[in-house]
Design a protein around this ligand. Structure first.
Ligand SMILES: *Cc1c(COP(=O)(O)O)cnc(C)c1O
Length: 400
């Protein structure tokens, strides 16, 4: 066998072992826009409980209209990175509007939040600096930290004693600047970071605090500004990264927001910003319309909050094991990968679209169905979903 053929054979063997372990992921194909109910490619109408469409803005008429308008006035694409000829008035408007929404001085757009995190740490921190990161932070934060030369410290998930210990270690080892970084909301569990306490600890150690707000911007806090608002820290976070690809319309794009000088340096040095294309005008125009909607009324985040309370109470009453909390992410724990996949398949047959999550997306033995609430749901739809969970859960012996 040639070495190229041996390479392909080894890839196939790896795929086989993924299948044998019951960990093989298949894409399900959808034939409609995003919504409370969607149609799959094989023609089934199903209740959708697994999109990050928290506010229902992915198909909101005003958002679609704004995208059309920007397409008409600003074209389809810019065929350029930002600093050559990829910055339109729309991009500057959206950056200013995001800064106001988040309570920061300035904002820089990226092609994705993955890129925002990927281009953050390397740009801001050098080999004498320390980054102190929650062990369950998103993959893009982990990768971004790997790319930087900063010293790396990891604290146990949401464990403030360990955070203090890691900050002390960083001090003892002579760190110049220290940046503590955490997801505002952890996407696999819906856990909200204890930011108020983390901020106090950071202040006591002279450390900066950064958060990734991908599962928070738009609906956490009374005005939907994010975890910092929910935890009484509006205007008190050094660095916020986030996405346009979830609650804020769900297309794509990301951002980093913070002090003027930080954002300015990112524009000079951040590699995913310098070497990757600008965000498309239709997305930028639509995102401005999203912020208009959210600044004008809290109706959508309020409805999301009510739906979340309704579904969490209902699923717990059925006897399912859920992670406690009040975030619209509701992890329904099954623990083993195979029954999690079976539950998801049976629910799909019963007209409810959910996805099983298992290793490597979550730790081994922590498989689950992650349900996500949306403002587009109503109680009748959610009750139908709960009834399907009851039936499938009993059939599979997961509940009585
Ligand atoms: C989804 C997500 C990202 C990636 O966002 P994209 O804009 O899709 O790249 C980054 N961080 C967290 C915490 C996320 O949940």
């Amino acid at each position: 066998m040639s070495s190229a053929e041996a390479f392909y054979a080894s890839i196939r063997a790896e795929l086989d072992s993924i299948r044998e372990a019951g960990l093989y992921k298949r894409e399900r194909i959808i034939a409609t826009p995003q919504g409370a109910v969607i149609r799959t490619a094989d023609g089934r109408e199903v209740i959708n409980l697994c999109a990050n469409n928290y506010l229902g803005l992915s198909s909101h008429p005003k958002v679609i209209e704004a995208a059309h308008e920007a397409l008409r006035t600003h074209g389809f694409g810019l065929s350029s990175v930002r600093f050559i000829c990829g910055t339109q008035d729309l991009h500057k408007t959206l950056e200013a509007r995001l800064s106001r929404f988040l309570g920061t001085e300035d904002t820089i757009l990226y092609g994705s939040a993955f890129d925002a995190n990927g281009g953050l740490f390397e740009t801001l921190l050098g080999p004498d600096d320390a980054v102190i990161s929650d062990e369950l932070n998103h993959a893009s934060i982990i990768d971004g930290i790997r790319l930087s030369k900063a010293r790396r410290y990891r604290y146990k998930h949401n464990d403030l004693d360990d955070l203090r210990a890691q900050l002390q270690r960083a001090d003892a080892e002579g760190a110049r600047f220290k940046l503590v970084f955490s997801d505002g909301v952890f996407s696999m569990d819906g856990t909200v970071a204890r930011l108020d306490e983390i901020r106090e600890i950071c202040d006591a150690h002279g450390a900066l605090l950064g958060i990734d707000e991908c599962h928070a911007t738009g609906f956490m806090g009374k005005r939907g500004r994010g975890t910092h608002e929910a935890r009484g820290l509006f205007g008190k976070i050094d660095i916020i990264t986030g996405t346009l690809g979830k609650a804020l319309g769900g297309a794509s794009g990301g951002f980093t927001s913070g002090r003027k000088e930080v954002i300015d340096l990112l524009r000079q040095r951040s590699r995913p910003y310098l070497f990757s294309n600008t965000v498309a005008p239709a997305i930028v125009g639509a995102s401005i319309a999203v912020l208009d909607l959210l600044e004008g009324s809290t109706e959508l985040r309020d409805r999301l909050e009510r739906n979340t309370a309704f579904f969490r109470a209902g699923i717990a009453a059925l006897g399912f094991d859920i992670k406690p909390g009040d975030h619209p992410i509701v992890p329904i724990m099954v623990y083993d990968a195979e029954p999690a996949q079976k539950l998801a398949e049976r629910l799909l047959e019963l007209g409810v679209y959910v996805v099983g999550f298992f290793y490597p997306v979550v730790p081994k033995g922590q498989a689950r169905i992650r349900v996500q609430m949306s403002a587009v749901h109503d109680e009748i739809t959610l009750q139908r979903a709960l009834d399907a969970f009851a039936q499938a859960g009993r059939e599979l012996g997961l509940i009585r």
